[in-house]
Design a protein around this ligand. Structure first.
Ligand code: BGC
Length: 346
């Protein structure tokens, strides 16, 4: 096991950013930076031993801090918070008091608002022992930031182990009741970016239901996936029966014991022989097939674009603060927010 850290440039307001490389002895390595807690590459061998990066990301900080990246907001690899996914019109009530979240997606609040956790420079500390290496990231989100109540202390621990398991552990506490729904926004492409993700296969044995939406905002109905395009309870190609030309942007309700790390999805691709298994303690997972993924031209090479990666965002359900019937996203003073997701890279 090995971990290295090196300078990775500065943000436009002069904050220093570092790049961390976590690697094990099975040719698996992960790079991440403390700007946005962003995972910038996941490198793994294919069935012939060829190592390639299987996520959408860049090897330069400027690409992430560019005006184009901010305007197109694909959130490649980033930590999302305080509230991942949408809050309708940014409005919600806590104990009868109305809060107005920053509006940054049509008329809605998305992924923490205008300056979410994806745009913060996190404090970073590394750790290593015989079987694992990792980075502890922490940041502070003041009362009122992006409209949220409460001073929030947040930490995310990323760990790679000798068995090719990458763990993302989120913790937070607050001094006023607030809402929280953290996730990571990595888009996978197991062909190493050579092809679109239509032939990737997805399997979600516990994804038996999904939250119905209109304009991506839940109606409150939770519907069975059976006999619909959303049925991935057995292995199916993502491109096989897209529900619309825009593909999938859907929260699946995971049928597993509360707060227990359980299998959510298996993503595989037969030509490369690569596979990622996602485990989580969260009650839901947003499958977003990347229809709005922008193209980027860097050093004369154009990359990414529509369907260039699939995001598997483990999370609570969208707009939960306005749906008391959904698992709660409230965090109260004295409580500890704690969620874990694992990618088994195989
Ligand atoms: C959302 C999409 C959004 C994308 C990029 C995903 O998590 O579900 O609706 O377009 O993030 O912002």
């Amino acid at each position: 096991m090995k971990i290295t850290r090196k300078p990775f440039g500065e943000t436009k307001d002069g904050k220093k950013v570092e790049l961390f490389t976590l690697s094990n002895n099975n040719q698996v390595s992960i790079t991440l930076m403390n700007y946005g807690g962003t995972v910038t590459s996941v490198n793994m061998p294919d069935k012939n031993g060829k190592v390639e990066n299987v996520i959408c990301g860049f090897d330069k900080l400027d690409a992430y801090t560019s005006d184009k990246f901010k305007a197109d907001c694909p959130y490649f690899g980033a930590i999302i918070g305080r509230y991942g996914n949408r809050i309708a019109k940014g409005l919600y009530k806590i104990d009868g008091k109305e809060y107005h979240g920053a509006i940054n997606n049509g008329e809605n609040h998305l992924h923490g608002g205008i300056k979410g956790f994806d745009k913060k420079v996190w404090k970073a500390e590394t750790f290593e022992n015989k079987d694992q290496v990792g980075v502890n990231l922490s940041c502070f989100s003041p009362d009122g930031e992006e409209g949220y109540p409460g001073n929030l202390n947040v930490s995310v621990r990323y760990t790679l182990d000798s068995k090719n398991c990458f763990t993302l552990h989120y913790e937070a506490d607050t001094d006023k009741t607030t809402v929280i729904n953290m996730t990571n926004h990595t888009y996978f492409n197991l062909t190493g970016g050579k092809k679109k993700i239509f032939d990737h296969e997805l399997e979600m044995p516990s994804g038996k239901k999904y939250t119905e939406t209109i304009d991506l905002i839940p109606t409150g109905k939770i519907l069975p996936v059976k006999d619909t395009a959303y049925d991935f309870t057995s292995k199916k190609k993502i491109g096989k029966d897209l529900p619309s030309p825009d593909g999938y942007d859907t929260n699946f309700v995971l049928d597993h014991p509360k707060d227990t790390l359980s299998l959510a999805t298996i993503l595989s691709e037969s030509e490369s022989g690569r596979c990622i298994k996602v485990y989580t303690t969260q009650p839901g997972i947003q499958i977003y097939s990347g229809y709005y993924n922008p193209e980027f031209t860097i050093d004369g090479v154009t990359k990414f674009g529509k369907y260039s990666g699939v995001a598997m965002e483990t999370q609570h359900f969208p707009d939960s603060p306005n749906h008391p019937e959904f698992p709660t996203t409230l965090l109260k003073p004295g409580e500890k927010y704690s969620q874990t997701t694992q990618w088994k890279i195989g």
